[in-house]
Design a protein around this ligand. Structure first.
Ligand code: GLA
Length: 383
């Protein structure tokens, strides 16, 4: 990558490389912006940003994937507006950094990513966090502030009202562990998954146009549910505060659609906690069952699945060694995550690919998900 940097910019003097991983969420979907619980793991697929001072007042950003370089005046970065372009992510981060009091130093950046784009494995957060580290170039920033700053970039500049999960796990991921995040306190604990469980993500290779607008609709529907439930339980500030019993009592106050959305969130929060307990006991059967319950709830109540995701889940559940399967990430395409016996992994990957190709005529990509370290400077010690 450093050689490529030199070829692109003419010199690699003072170059440093920063890395931030993508993620797969095991359980706890759409709960983050309801201040509930999630259980993602950081992946070994990551975005890398090489950076060195440009010395000419310019900030240049080159994306290998897009085969494009964009150039900005570093001092005027705070004046830029979103362009609905891939540079909105790093520029949005630069924007937030200036608001947080960090000057944007003139620099050349080279971006390389192994996180598949638009796959629900959080390529956006990997780009945001790695860009933030590169733009900081060694200046210290508290890890939680780093995650929050990148979330603000996505919400305020890119314009997606996302929760904190993706940026948080990209910063706080750890090898061999999933991370249970409390999206209200913003605390976390590491969860070591049982040795008898492997996780495979299967990519539908589709991203439906609905994804962006439906995400915003779901955020609004959850807010409407809180307004309704609050009339009976005034202490409720978010769906995180609603117990399953309270939900049953208040459901008639909500429109049928809003009630289904809320039922998903209330049930999903409980499932995350039960999943972590089951994982600690090594109860693989229950873990798998909770993943399937999560999928059905996302499919029927939250309505963020799609034909391709449902097919992959149903096909996985018929295969040898599979404990459970569900869609992962925002939905409307992207990936499923399947929990299975480690020895069943090679045959599962072959069979699911064959089944999907037979049905949709597209070869899905499959990824073995190994919990990996969170973001940081990338050096020889990481190799
Ligand atoms: C996207 C968002 C996250 C989260 C998931 C759904 O990945 O960026 O904040 O809401 O969808 O769980």
């Amino acid at each position: 990558m450093i050689d490529d940097f030199r070829t692109l910019y003419g010199s690699a003097a003072g170059v440093r490389v920063f890395r931030a991983p993508g993620r797969v969420n095991i359980i706890g979907e759409h709960t983050d912006y309801n201040l509930g619980f999630v259980l993602p793991m950081a992946l070994d697929m990551a975005t890398y940003v090489a950076t060195a001072p440009s010395g000419d007042g310019k900030l240049r950003i080159h994306s290998e994937d897009r085969k494009e370089t964009r150039e900005f005046d570093a001092a005027a970065i705070g004046d830029l507006r979103p362009e609905h372009h891939w540079t909105d992510y790093p520029v949005g981060v630069a924007h937030e950094l200036t608001l947080a009091g960090f000057a944007i130093e003139p620099a050349n950046l080279l971006i390389r990513s192994t996180v598949p784009d638009g796959s629900g494995l959080s390529s956006s957060a990997a780009l945001e966090v790695s860009s933030a580290l590169a733009l900081l170039n060694g200046r210290p920033l508290d890890p939680l502030e780093l995650a929050r700053l990148c979330q603000r970039a996505e919400r305020n500049f890119v314009g997606v009202p996302c929760g904190i999960m993706d940026q948080y796990i990209s910063v706080f991921g750890r090898e061999h562990s999933a991370v249970e995040i409390d999206c209200r306190s913003l605390g976390h604990r590491y969860v070591s998954l049982p040795a008898g469980a492997a996780f495979v993500a299967v990519n539908t290779m589709v991203k439906h146009a609905l994804a962006g607008s439906a995400y915003k609709d779901r955020v609004a529907e959850c807010a409407a549910a809180v307004v309704g439930i609050k009339t009976m339980f005034p202490a409720v500030e978010s769906l995180r505060d609603v117990s399953p019993e309270q939900f049953e009592q208040a459901a008639h106050l909500l429109s049928p659609v809003v009630a289904r959305r809320a039922r998903h969130i209330v049930g999903e929060d409980a499932r995350v906690n039960r999943y972590v307990e089951a994982s600690e006991r090594g109860d693989l059967g229950l873990m798998g069952k909770l993943m399937v319950e999560s999928h059905r709830s996302l499919q029927h109540d939250y309505e963020v699945s799609c034909e391709e995701l449902d097919f992959l889940v149903d096909a996985a559940l018929r295969m040898d060694g599979v404990f459970g399967s569900r869609m992962t990430g925002g939905g409307f395409g992207g990936c499923t995550v399947t929990m299975l016996r480690p020895d069943a992994e090679p045959s599962f990957r072959q069979e699911i690919a064959r089944a999907y190709q037979g049905r949709f005529g597209v070869a899905p990509r499959t990824y073995l998900c190994k919990p990996s370290a969170g973001a940081g400077e990338y050096s020889d010690s990481c190799l």
